[in-house]
Write a protein that binds this ligand. Structure first.
Ligand code: ADP
Length: 494
């Protein structure tokens, strides 16, 4: 990755995107499209089809037909594996093009986007491709006169609704296991980050995926997302996004065919710093990275910093110094550490949270404001607010922006109580040199992922999923496969 290759790609015009249904590019049924603004400069980048419910129904019908005639699930596992491996190779071969396109669309700094988007997507697809012929059914321990077998079958049609922060990475978390297990998929990318994912769908077909197995419909969540959620012909719905939309999806399921719904809904993750942390400078650096990279638009972001009282002031000063040294700006510059906020609406929401936090007694230590406004883009200074009480809005509500709230604690018990005082339970971290305390924290903090002496970076071999209102089900690892399978029992009298 070098700056001149990035600059050459960024100067290219981006063609208009349409849906991808049954192996074809298809415009919206009423011909409508929607402009896509780049968060880098607020200018129109291109347009995508503004899908209708009819478009979504056509995509679901194509997926159902492809599943029913077994053009994908019916192929030998080795053949399916070959196509998915080729897809991963194509993603890798086009990595920079995909990364730059994605950044122009969603604003993530290129250094992170290059690794986390095409890089991680290719690895994920490959992981499930390699796994698909190593997943066996079971023979039950029955009495001698019967044979009990448990088959793992694909569920049929999977609907996948994807957010805008890491569209390719999170898309691959759903597409990898869904396709590996032989399902058909209908994908609904987010309004403000669909381009790189749509390009990835095209590459799947270049790799030999049969038409109709993977379909993608762009447009508004409230229109095409709703049509997907309410469909009588979708068997499983997988989602990453906001709690508000997650609740809607469960309602759609209840109002339609009781499809299974798996939700990954973000969090308010505690990063807990004990005075006996092995290296406080390292902890400060990682704490800043854990909330400010990608402008805080990371579901596992360590957005609540809980600091032992005896080191509070010194530690906050260290994190603030890192924050102030971070390079915020043009996400396509390789030296940028914090890119653009995804949209103007998100930026305004972030600024609103800062105002509320100050109104509730929080002290602004650094940031809190929009910057680089003359670029027309949506940039925000990394923000730290101290004195945030347990029941303050900033302790309880996910911002999804570069805003860190800090709360002091006196002992381990209080740290655990504060850590567990939200409705969420996605991720967390504790920094300590005490091995017993480290294990106690893993056991007592209610989250899906608990880091010790680090934050983030858990790779594809381990599951990611929340407890409480952070959702249900898991992405990544072999555990994710279960969401995309039905168990069928065969009970045979011998
Ligand atoms: P955010 O608030 O972070 O944008 P959302 O939950 O609104 O998160 O968006 C995540 C995904 O959910 C996007 O693909 C969006 O289009 C989709 N979505 C939004 N509203 C609905 C809805 N009513 N039904 C189905 N999908 C929706």
């Amino acid at each position: 990755m070098d700056q001149s290759s990035i600059d050459a790609l960024r100067s290219q015009a981006v063609p208009a995107f349409t849906h991808f249904i049954d192996g074809q590019h298809v415009a919206a049924s009423d011909g409508a499209s929607m402009d896509i603004l780049s968060p880098i400069n607020g200018q129109v980048l291109t347009s995508v089809a503004r899908g209708t419910a009819a478009d979504m129904h056509a995509a679901i019908a194509a997926a159902r037909k492809a599943f029913d005639d077994q053009r994908w699930a019916g192929q030998a596992p080795a053949a399916r594996k070959k196509i998915l491996m080729k897809w991963a190779d194509l993603i890798e071969a086009n990595a920079l093009e995909l990364a730059v396109l994605g950044v122009r669309d969603n604003g993530t700094e290129i250094g992170m986007a290059f690794k986390a988007e095409p890089g991680s997507a290719a690895n994920t697809i490959r992981y499930y491709a390699e796994a698909l012929d190593k997943i066996y059914g079971e023979v039950a321990p029955t009495a001698k006169d019967v044979l009990g077998m448990i088959h793992k079958e694909p569920v049929g049609v999977v609907g996948a609704i994807i957010p805008w922060n890491f569209p390719m990475m999170i898309g691959a978390w759903k597409l990898g296991p869904a396709l590996a297990m032989g399902n058909s998929v209908v994908l609904k990318p987010a309004e403000t980050a669909s381009l790189s994912l749509m390009r990835m769908v095209e590459l799947a077909h270049e790799a030999g995926l049969p038409p109709g197995v993977l379909n993608a419909v762009t447009g508004e969540g409230a229109v095409v997302g709703e049509a997907l959620g309410l469909s009588m012909d979708v068997d499983v719905l997988v989602f990453t996004g906001s709690g508000t939309t997650g609740r809607r999806l469960m309602e759609y399921s209840a109002r339609s065919n009781l499809k299974r719904v798996y939700l990954e809904l973000g969090g308010k993750s505690p990063n807990i710093i004990f005075a006996d942390a092995p290296n406080l400078d390292e902890a400060a650096k990682v704490a800043a990275g854990g909330i400010f990279r990608n402008a805080g638009q990371v579901c596992v972001a360590g957005s609540r910093l809980l600091v032992e009282q005896s080191i509070h002031d010194e530690f906050v000063a260290a994190v603030a110094s890192v924050a102030q040294s971070m390079n915020v700006g043009d996400p396509l510059n390789i030296t940028t550490q914090i890119g653009a906020v995804n949209s103007d609406a998100q930026l305004q929401q972030n600024l609103g949270f800062v105002e509320t936090a100050q109104g509730e007694g929080g002290q602004l230590i650094t940031g809190g404001n929009r910057i680089l406004e003359d670029t027309g883009g949506y940039y925000m200074a990394p923000t730290i607010i101290t004195g945030v009480s347990q029941d303050a809005t900033l302790s309880q509500k996910e911002v999804f922006g570069p805003v860190l709230g800090v709360t002091p604690f006196n002992d381990e018990q209080e740290a655990v109580r504060l850590a567990n005082s939200t409705v969420y339970g996605l991720a967390g971290a504790a920094w300590t040199s005490n091995l017993s305390r480290a294990h106690r924290m893993v056991r007592s903090v209610r989250t899906g992922v608990m880091h010790i002496n680090t934050y983030g970076g858990a790779d594809g071999t381990v599951p990611l999923g929340g407890v409480g209102q952070s959702g249900n089900g898991h992405d990544k690892s072999l555990h994710a496969v279960d969401k995309y399978c039905n168990l069928k029992t065969a009970w045979i009298k011998l």
